[in-house]
Ligand binder design. Structure first.
Ligand code: V47
Length: 362
């Protein structure tokens, strides 16, 4: 019989939790006890530091050949509201980011049916020229698999070409939830969970770091949520390439998941806390305030979270699905949020080096 006190003893001793124990925690009604354990695990790793970065998201197209039921961002090619940024528009955004003190651009888009691999290389070169010091975190595992399919080139070659053009790390998007049962309803055209993990293995073998996400609070069961974390933990044991785990609560406006409501605050906090406890080999648990809301993201800092993304500036994927958060936070806003949670803000670069910048902002 699993008990909270046995799990607490394991966490205190620094032992790895089983999937059954993680499911037990996820189903526990004692949110504060789960949060306290996650806070302990987090403090052991990071003390009272909370990382944040000054970044800008760039969504280069919303045209997508996939039609995921949870996505309110994508459009068919030729449909009203579809767009693809020109290279000049990408350059303007990168220049703005650099001028505003950003250290990173986060670049993702839909799976466009016609753009060639050379276009994606051009995006990277354009950003490199427009902001030579910006770290380029770009393209999900799903996009990389698409680039390989449309170009007919092996994934290793695609990654090598993108690295040569300026790619420095990958965001964690597109993982959704790995369980095939749920994916059959959510995203039947998307690469499988197994393929997402294979692409990430190849990315890590090429020497790039990445993040990992989980979209949760829709059709998945607690067991499927933990199975997702278990598959990430197993790949991390093998490659060590994941820097951060980002849990994305489902935003439920304007999607095709009719009648499915996104998770409430208790569910979100518990999921983040369990992620901190279960993913003992992934250093950073990131709260993406865009999807959590600013205040819940701040509270999440007491539930095992040690990283906040970011200044963001322009966000479409969450906001089109009803996210009620602002479009951007200032650096000062992030610093204030962390200080008012009683923690120490640390501005980081994209590889979690402390930039040593002043920390006031109250
Ligand atoms: O890939 C799509 C998800 C992701 C919805 O790696 C939705 O540092 C909630 O991946 N409700 C994009 N989520 C965001 C993302 C991300 C964000 C911040 C940091 C990082 C990182 C990654 O959002 C998509 C998809 O999995 N998504 N629709 C929705 N309705």
């Amino acid at each position: 019989m699993i008990s909270l006190s046995d799990i607490a003893a394991k966490v205190e001793a620094g032992h790895r939790l089983s999937e059954a124990e993680a499911v037990f925690l996820l189903q526990s009604s004692d949110l504060l006890a789960v949060g306290e354990l996650a806070a302990l695990a987090n403090r052991r790793l990071h003390g009272d530091k909370v990382y944040f970065n000054v970044n800008r998201h760039i969504n280069y197209t919303n045209i997508c050949v996939n039609n995921c039921a949870f996505c309110a961002f994508r459009r068919d090619d030729g449909a009203a509201g579809g767009y693809t940024l020109s290279l000049e528009q990408v350059a303007a955004r990168a220049k703005q980011a650099a001028a505003a003190g950003a250290t990173e651009v986060h670049v993702v888009g839909g799976l466009h049916p016609h753009l060639p691999l050379a276009f994606y290389e051009q995006i990277l070169r354009t950003i490199r020229e427009s902001g030579p010091d910006l770290h380029i975190k770009a393209f999900t595992a799903v996009e990389l698999a698409h680039f390989s399919a449309i170009s007919g080139r092996p994934l290793e070659e695609v990654i090598g070409r993108l690295q040569a053009a300026g790619l420095q790390s990958l965001p964690g998007g597109g993982a959704e939830v790995f369980a095939e049962r749920a994916r059959a309803h959510l995203c039947p055209e998307k690469i499988s969970g197994t393929r997402w993990l294979e692409v990430m293995r190849t990315v890590h073998q090429a020497g790039l770091r990445s993040n990992a996400t989980m979209l949760f609070g829709h059709l998945e069961t607690p067991v499927e949520r933990i199975e997702h974390l278990a598959r990430l933990r197993a790949l991390q044991d093998e490659t060590g390439g994941f820097q951060a785990f980002v849990a994305l609560p489902f935003q439920d406006v304007g999607t095709r998941l009719d009648g499915v409501r996104g998770p409430g605050g208790v569910e979100i906090l518990k999921t983040l806390a369990v992620a901190r406890l279960f993913l003992d080999n992934i250093s950073h648990i990131k709260a993406y305030w865009v999807m959590l809301g600013v205040k819940l993201a701040q509270v999440a800092l007491a539930f095992g979270v040690n990283d906040l993304d970011g200044t963001v500036v322009e966000e479409q994927i969450g906001h089109q699905a009803g996210a009620a958060s602002p479009q951007a936070l200032s650096r000062e806003g992030l610093v204030r949020m962390i200080l008012r949670a009683g923690r120490t803000p640390v501005e980081r670069d994209s590889l979690y080096q402390d930039l040593g910048r002043e920390r006031s902002g109250c």
